[in-house]
Design a protein around this ligand. Structure first.
Ligand SMILES: *[C@@H]1O[C@H](CO)[C@@H](O)[C@H](O)[C@H]1NC(C)=O
Ligand SMILES: *[C@@H]1O[C@H](CO)[C@@H](O)[C@H](O)[C@H]1NC(C)=O
Ligand SMILES: *[C@@H]1O[C@H](CO)[C@@H](O)[C@H](O)[C@H]1NC(C)=O
Length: 556
């Protein structure tokens, strides 16, 4: 499949990329950053990167859930060996968006889209006798099927009903996990065939807080499409226990510990963070508001953001980079200056929360604008800049999984690598880069809210670093993209793995960064970057879909 022509285009692109030297950190260190040509030329580069990854996957692992591009090894996620669509369904809407925009690869995207459609109709069967994680299955597969339904319908490609029917079948299987759950909180996993709900095997059976609070956009959208309110109600039912039983607003200031006991609904442990297992709890509060415009979710989001500002925000030494730390021992415990790369979605979220998707200029003229939103907006820009520094200061130009900021108190971890400016450190165990999207996600949002070229420049630098330091030329002279075991030593240490969110999220957000007009008031992205349309409020009303719950302790 891979022709020499493509190689030439790739090389030409690389050579014509002009490099200019800029000063960094005064006169201490000089590095070069690539400059981009036009938005269209960058979109072409991103399409090429996507297609290089896709062609290789298609030839060596078609339909499989997990792929190692270096060895061509592949497998599926469920123990039974059946596929979930972990890569195919996750990547599909990126192809649809690229298909609609491309000037040179239309036929190839269409071919890929139709192949996935035929596979979905004929081979993808969720009657699987194996345990799957409800959260992962919802955000990747249910989310991917729903956005594929929306976009194939919009673009009139093939038969969109295939995706809608498949999402109903899948969600009905996931929904069983909520059945008989008195607390409203599901266990972590479910057997897709038997409907048996399965407790988390670790953490004393506690469910991750971010997992059962990150199903709502998908379940609600399916209710909106089918008129069946069951999905909506099940997803919403996790909140009363979370808010009331725990007194989340007063006692915890809207900041939820990362584990919850699914029987009592009580938090398990004290660990509060915006990284793994905490992150998308906050994300889906705002996004439910953006999806359905129900004020309660904005209010809950507001409470959490005020808690975050008070308890988790700090600035690094010496440059004063704003970061979000962790409270592993609860709100009264010390602030740990550790930040997962996962936290980097927060710049974009705060930006969307302040502006509701309008340009910052327009947002400031709305009646909703106030000093709190102005504060959120400032924080959005600062956090995005911090996350950019987590790429800029690393030798490969790619962020590690976790950094520890210099707060002047915490001892530098042993054998840690120090960033050139001294603002953060990287422990040996945290040097990997999983091709994650969160920073380019925030950069994409802030670009469209401001149209400030700086953000495109940052995104282009990150794209160029991915191209230079995560790609490998295989023996059959393909260029493939992989995750890294070490992004600090050069040459980087390559892992035999391509994450599905490289195709589903990272390349999609980069592509959307170089789109000219993107209306952020009409779409809402799920946490796996699958875009859903914002609900038509009249239709919502006609369907009687609405939130039937509010926290009993209201401090709002
Ligand atoms: C497809 O592209 C057209 C023209 O640029 C645009 O107006 C439309 O919104 C796009 N459709 C989707 C579903 O992205
Ligand atoms: C989707 O399901 C409906 C209702 O069961 C059925 O009538 C329709 O034929 C199905 N469509 C496809 C493409 O499978
Ligand atoms: C609505 O969805 C629930 C949950 O999967 C299902 O049990 C029920 O049969 C559905 N109702 C209709 C009318 O399809």
């Amino acid at each position: 499949m891979r022709s020499d022509n493509i190689l030439k285009i790739w090389l030409l692109g690389a050579i014509s990329t002009a490099l200019v030297a800029i000063g960094y950190l005064g006169k201490q260190k000089w590095t070069t950053v690539p400059q981009y040509g036009t938005a269209e030329s960058v979109r072409n580069e991103i399409e090429e990167a996507f297609l290089e990854s896709w062609r290789d996957y298609e030839d060596y692992a078609w339909g499989y859930d997990v792929y190692g591009p270096l060895s061509h090894s592949h497998r599926n996620m469920p123990r039974s060996g059946d596929p979930l669509g972990w890569i195919t369904i996750d990547a599909l809407d990126t192809m649809l968006l690229m298909f609609n925009k491309t000037t040179s690869n239309r036929a190839e995207f269409l071919k890929g889209i139709l192949e996935i459609q035929v596979w979905t109709a004929n081979e993808l069967n969720y009657n699987i006798d194996a345990e799957v994680n409800i959260f992962e299955t919802t955000i990747r597969m249910l989310g991917g099927l729903l956005s594929a339904y929306h976009y194939t319908k919009q673009l009139k490609i093939g038969n969109p009903e295939i995706y809608l029917n498949k999402s109903i079948d899948l969600c009905d299987r996931l929904a069983i996990a909520f059945k008989d759950r008195e607390s409203g909180i599901p266990f972590s996993s479910v057997n897709l065939q038997t409907g048996e709900a399965i407790r988390n095997h670790v953490n004393e059976g506690a469910s991750s807080t971010a997992e059962f609070t990150t199903l709502q956009l998908e379940f609600k959208y399916l209710s909106y499409l089918t008129g069946n309110a069951t999905y909506w109600n099940l997803a919403e039912n996790v909140y009363p226990a979370l808010y009331d039983t725990n007194d989340l607003l007063s006692r915890y200031r809207g900041l939820a510990p990362i584990y919850t006991q699914p029987d009592s609904g009580l938090f398990h442990g004290q660990n509060i963070r915006f990284g793994s297992r905490g992150d998308s709890f906050y994300e889906y509060l705002l996004k439910q508001y953006l999806q359905s415009h129900e004020k309660i979710y904005y209010d809950l989001y507001r409470e959490s953001m005020e808690g975050m500002k008070k308890y988790l925000i700090a600035k690094s030494i010496p440059s004063g980079f704003t970061y979000i730390g962790e409270r592993p021992y609860g709100l009264q415990g010390a602030l740990d200056p550790k930040m997962d790369h996962l936290v980097c979605f927060m710049g974009g979220l705060l930006g969307m929360g302040a502006t509701e998707g309008l340009s910052i200029k327009k947002a400031r003229k709305q009646s909703f604008w106030d000093s709190t939103r102005e504060e959120d907006w400032k924080l959005a820009q600062e956090l995005t800049h911090t996350c950019y520094q987590m790429y800029r200061q690393i030798p490969s130009g790619l962020s590690p999984e976790i950094v520890v900021f210099n707060d002047g108190i915490t001892k530098i971890p042993p054998h840690a690598w120090s960033s050139p400016s001294g603002d953060f450190f990287v422990k040996p165990a945290d040097k990997h880069n999983l091709q994650r999207p969160e920073t380019v996600e925030s950069i994409m949002f802030l670009y469209h809210l401001t149209k400030d070229e700086k953000y495109r420049q940052w995104g282009y630098e990150i794209l160029s670093s991915f191209k230079e330091h995560t790609s490998v030329v295989t023996p059959d002279s393909r260029n493939v993209f992989v995750s890294l075991g070490d992004c600090i030593s050069l040459p980087t240490h390559k892992r035999d793995n391509m994450e599905s969110f490289w195709l589903a999220e990272t390349l999609k957000y980069l592509y959307l960064l170089f789109e000219d007009d993107l209306d952020l008031t009409s779409i809402v992205f799920n946490t796996e970057a699958h875009p859903f349309p914002v609900f038509d409020l009249e239709r919502l009303d006609e369907m009687h879909l609405k939130t039937n719950w509010s926290p009993s302790v209201v401090r709002l």
